[in-house]
Write a protein that binds this ligand. Structure first.
Ligand SMILES: Nc1ncnc2c1ncn2[C@@H]1O[C@H](COP(=O)(O)OP(=O)(O)OP(=O)(O)O)[C@@H](O)[C@H]1O
Length: 262
């Protein structure tokens, strides 16, 4: 079972001789297959928490478990998608998707035919077959991000960690990528932890939205979203939730501005 269990996590950074408490007492359990968004204004610790789950930066105290294992370093069970696509510019689309599998291959001894078949399957899933031999520089932002997601799926990680993955995309591309992500999430049964500061994006996507407070980052609201999918942002229930969460986030944004002004 690939649930995520975050237990009493604190994270303190030392910054210019001062301590910055980025995360305080974070207690959060995410079930296998759940889609959870971390929502909050800039600086509330969303990326810090995501990076701690990824194993890039460990908590100052507390523990994170993914499945039964305590997170001590990055691992193939947790694929990460960043806002900046982080593709290898010297590799083609197919090469980028295959790369992670080739690395894993050494551990799992998949043979090259398996990899080629899996790359073809993913190119189909993401409608990228006609672009398989293109390089990242020749792709639009939306396509690059599809390649980045395909690469994580290629690793077959049960957990997908996503840090504002659609933040740099225009509104239409963003919506189509959101729909694609939901389709993939449902088809492959991934557990998704997704950072955003868009309230609408979080309501459109998530089973649960974790609203965070500004410094120290704590959990302000753990909001379940029961609206049926596909969700309609024009729906009154969608809008009511958007207003409610908007008020929470605004309070934190104002705290942020007040602290910055000191
Ligand atoms: N390496 C670091 N050293 C010192 N302080 C840091 C470091 N990384 C983050 N911080 C501070 O910790 C707090 C949380 O930062 P974090 O990047 O996790 O927030 P965030 O909610 O993801 O914001 P954003 O949406 O801008 O990425 C911020 O106040 C930030 O300035």
């Amino acid at each position: 079972m690939t649930h995520i269990h975050i237990d009493q996590v604190h994270k303190v950074y030392a910054s210019q001789g001062r301590e910055v408490v980025a995360l305080q007492n974070i207690q959060l359990s995410i079930a296998q297959g759940e889609f959870v968004c971390l929502l909050g204004p800039s600086g509330c610790g969303k990326s810090t928490l995501l990076n701690a789950v990824a194993g890039f930066s460990l908590p100052s105290s507390g523990a994170i478990r993914v499945g039964d294992a305590v997170v001590r370093a990055p691992g193939p069970d947790r694929g990460m998608v960043f806002q900046e696509y982080a593709l290898f510019p010297w590799m083609t689309v197919a090469g980028n998707i295959a790369f992670a599998m080739e690395v894993q291959d050494r551990a799992t001894r998949k043979n090259p035919t398996d990899i080629a078949a899996r790359v073809d399957e993913l190119l189909d899933v993401f409608k990228l077959r006609d672009f398989r031999d293109r390089f990242p520089k020749d792709l639009s932002g939306g396509m690059r991000q599809r390649v980045a997601i395909a690469r994580v799926l290629a690793m077959d990680s049960p957990v997908m960690l996503m840090d504002e993955p659609f933040g740099a995309l225009d509104a239409l591309t963003r919506r189509s990528l959101q729909d694609e992500l939901l389709r993939i999430w449902q088809r492959f049964g991934k557990t998704v932890l997704f950072v955003t500061h868009s309230i609408e994006e979080s309501i459109y996507l998530a089973d649960r939205i974790i609203v965070m407070t500004y410094r120290p980052g704590t959990i302000k609201r753990d909001q379940r979203v029961d609206l049926p999918r596909p969700r309609d942002p024009a729906d009154p229930a969608f809008n009511a939730l958007k207003r409610e969460l908007g008020a929470l986030v605004m309070t934190e944004q104002q705290r942020h501005e007040a602290q910055e002004a000191v």
